[in-house]
Design a protein around this ligand. Structure first.
Ligand SMILES: Cc1ncc(C[n+]2csc(CCO)c2C)c(N)n1
Length: 226
């Protein structure tokens, strides 16, 4: 069953069905689930993902600036906190065990696929408003929730990536996706009413679709680094 991450996300996901499938069923994802993903590819991904999270925290910080309600501010500020104080420490711990320290992570040179993704999201927010930013940010949040849930239900019992899967299948993370989804629904209603009737609908859909394609590129970058 597809989890309920809100009405807006469901529409955007449906409108980007092809890229969404490529993202959530990428070979990198399948390799996490069945344990066949080479360790070198996973570590290459993790180092890049650390830098990705730094820039994503900046983008969520911009969402605080673009918020119009305290509820929006609370969720966006909470996401910044979760990113810099929790999610990044998982990367630090895993990489430390492989002899890569945090200063090395912070100074890592960004792969072009990584840079393209985070700067695209940031620009969506700088050029547009809160909804443009949410359309570009949501594939990341919801996609990992969906992938985590599916892999947890079907993963091979001996995959070395069980911790990664458990992080995103965790009910606490699923709740984050539901809360962000509900916040986006409320933000859409507040700013443009019915999304299906709104003149901005196609621009927002395009942003969601582009961010989804950039997620596909990010997985591919991980595989190419093995
Ligand atoms: C390329 C890439 N895409 C998505 C995520 C997952 N992620 C990034 S920010 C965020 C929301 C705050 O918890 C989540 C789940 C990732 N790590 N790397």
């Amino acid at each position: 069953m597809t989890p309920d991450f809100g009405k807006t996300f469901a529409l955007w996901r449906e409108g980007a069905a092809g890229p969404w499938h490529d993202y959530t069923h990428h070979a990198f994802v399948q390799g996490l689930g069945d344990g066949t993903l080479p360790r070198t590819a996973f570590l290459h991904y993790l180092v890049q993902d650390y830098v990705f999270l730094v820039h994503f925290a900046r983008a969520w910080s911009l969402a605080v600036v673009k918020s119009e309600t305290l509820e929006e501010m609370k969720i966006c500020a909470g996401t910044v906190d979760a990113l810099v104080n929790h999610e990044m420490s998982l990367h630090v711990k895993t990489c430390a065990a492989e002899g890569i320290d945090e200063a090395t992570l912070f100074a890592a040179t960004e792969a072009v696929e990584n840079l393209a993704y985070t700067r695209y999201v940031m620009d969506a927010g700088l050029q547009g408003d809160f909804l443009d930013l949410m359309a570009a940010l949501s594939p990341c949040v919801m996609g990992y929730g969906e992938i985590g849930l599916r892999l947890a239900a079907s993963k091979a019992s001996d995959t070395p990536y069980a911790d990664w899967i458990a992080t995103y299948a965790d009910p606490e993370y699923q709740m984050v996706c539901e809360n962000v989804g509900a916040m986006i629904d409320a933000a859409v209603t507040r700013r443009i009413g019915d999304l299906t009737q709104a003149s901005r609908a196609s621009v927002l859909q395009d942003r969601f679709c582009m961010a989804t394609k950039l997620e596909v590129g990010f997985w591919q970058m991980g595989l190419n680094g093995q």
